[in-house]
Design a protein around this ligand. Structure first.
Ligand SMILES: [Zn+2]
Ligand SMILES: [Zn+2]
Ligand SMILES: [Zn+2]
Ligand SMILES: [Zn+2]
Ligand SMILES: [Zn+2]
Ligand SMILES: [Zn+2]
Length: 351
């Protein structure tokens, strides 16, 4: 009996033991939706974990990192326009679509490398200037961009050209121009060696009168008035009168052209004459002195190469020989009218 009781006690104890434990739980870990759960008796412990969502992306909606459950929709891409270097790109996820546009390069210049007209990117190095040589007007200059370097160069000397002449003063101005810019680099005034050319005197009657007047004034003691007399029809007379010792003195000059026609005083066409006659009206012995002086002045007026000393020698020689040739001019001096005591002086361009 005691054993039976003991056995029963043990059985009861065992049953109560078993009842207290109930089940030997085998726990499954809690999930997003279920708490920790016994796989045998389904007893639970604690709470479910709840979903742990990752943010939605362009590709996927909000998604639970544990179970993959999604919520809502995926985002839309936010496209940024394609650029020279990048295709259309999502600012959120970096996804791309299409191609980059490519740069639109402008030509490089002397001073700038090639530049993209769209984005301003630069490529390579600036080009080289294309230099034109310096001239007298401009320094070395790039024909493309106009950049300059250094100083302008020298003028290029051309040939001297007759720029001006003065038949009264018997001077000629020769200008030496620059062949590039035309600027006159130098100017030279030369005494004309002669006042005749191609068989003609270059002087007009008025030039001769003006020149003779200058010479009378600068080289002689005579007071004189000279003028072209246009009163005597077509006959030009160059009336000179001078007073020395209250003595009046006259000389009449006639200009002839190549056909032995008298040159009209007021005609521009009669620029040339090749023969000059002067009648020296010597009334008294004082006039002879004045006539010599007038001869001297006339020879100086006709031939600018002479100085007073050489002209004086010519007058002496002419008086002695009645005919001389000098510097392309034939001079004669002869008695024109013995009764009136008139001398005829001629100057004729030789040839
Ligand atoms: Zn259990
Ligand atoms: Zn979940
Ligand atoms: Zn995106
Ligand atoms: Zn670009
Ligand atoms: Zn340049
Ligand atoms: Zn120049």
């Amino acid at each position: 009996m005691k054993r039976t009781i003991a056995f029963l006690l043990m059985a009861v104890m065992l049953v109560s033991l078993l009842t207290a434990c109930g089940c030997k739980h085998e726990w499954a870990e809690a999930t997003c939706t279920d708490p920790k759960t016994c796989t045998l008796c389904e007893e639970t412990e604690g709470d479910s974990l709840g979903h742990s969502y990752l943010d939605a992306t362009c590709e996927a909606p909000k998604t639970c990192r544990r179970c993959g459950k999604t919520k809502g929709d995926a985002l839309e891409h936010e496209w940024a326009e394609a650029t020279c270097e990048d295709p259309m790109t999502c600012t959120l996820c970096g996804a791309t679509e299409g191609e980059a546009l490519g740069h639109e390069w402008s030509e490089s210049t002397c001073t700038e490398p090639a530049v993209c007209d769209v984005c301003g990117a630069e490529d390579g190095e600036p080009g080289e200037h294309t230099w034109l040589d310096a001239t007298c007007e401009a320094p070395m200059t790039c024909e493309v961009c106009g950049a300059t370097e250094g100083e302008p160069g020298d003028h290029v000397e051309g040939e001297a050209e007759l720029a001006d002449y003065d038949l009264v003063e018997a001077t000629a101005v020769y200008d030496t121009p620059c062949t590039v810019c035309g600027e006159v680099i130098s100017s030279e005034t030369l005494t004309m060696p002669q006042l005749h050319s191609d068989g003609y005197f270059l002087l007009t009657p008025q030039d001769y009168v003006d020149r003779l007047y200058n010479i009378f004034t600068s080289e002689t003691d005579l007071y004189c008035e000279l003028y072209v007399n246009e009163d005597m029809d077509d006959v030009i007379t160059c009336d000179m009168w001078s007073t020395v010792s209250d003595n009046m003195y006259f000389a009449y000059t006639y200009f002839y052209d190549g056909d032995y026609s008298l040159v009209e005083a007021d005609s521009d066409k009669n620029m040339f004459f090749n023969e000059m006659w002067t009648i020296l009206d010597c009334v008294s012995s004082d006039d002879v002195m004045d006539a010599s002086t007038t001869l001297l002045a006339m020879i100086l007026a006709i031939d600018p190469s002479l100085d007073v000393a050489s002209a004086t020698e010519l007058v002496v020689e002419l008086t002695a020989n009645n005919a001389i040739s000098y510097n392309g001019i034939d001079y004669t001096l002869e008695v024109y009218d013995e009764a009136e005591v008139e001398l005829l002086f001629t100057a004729i361009v030789a040839g």
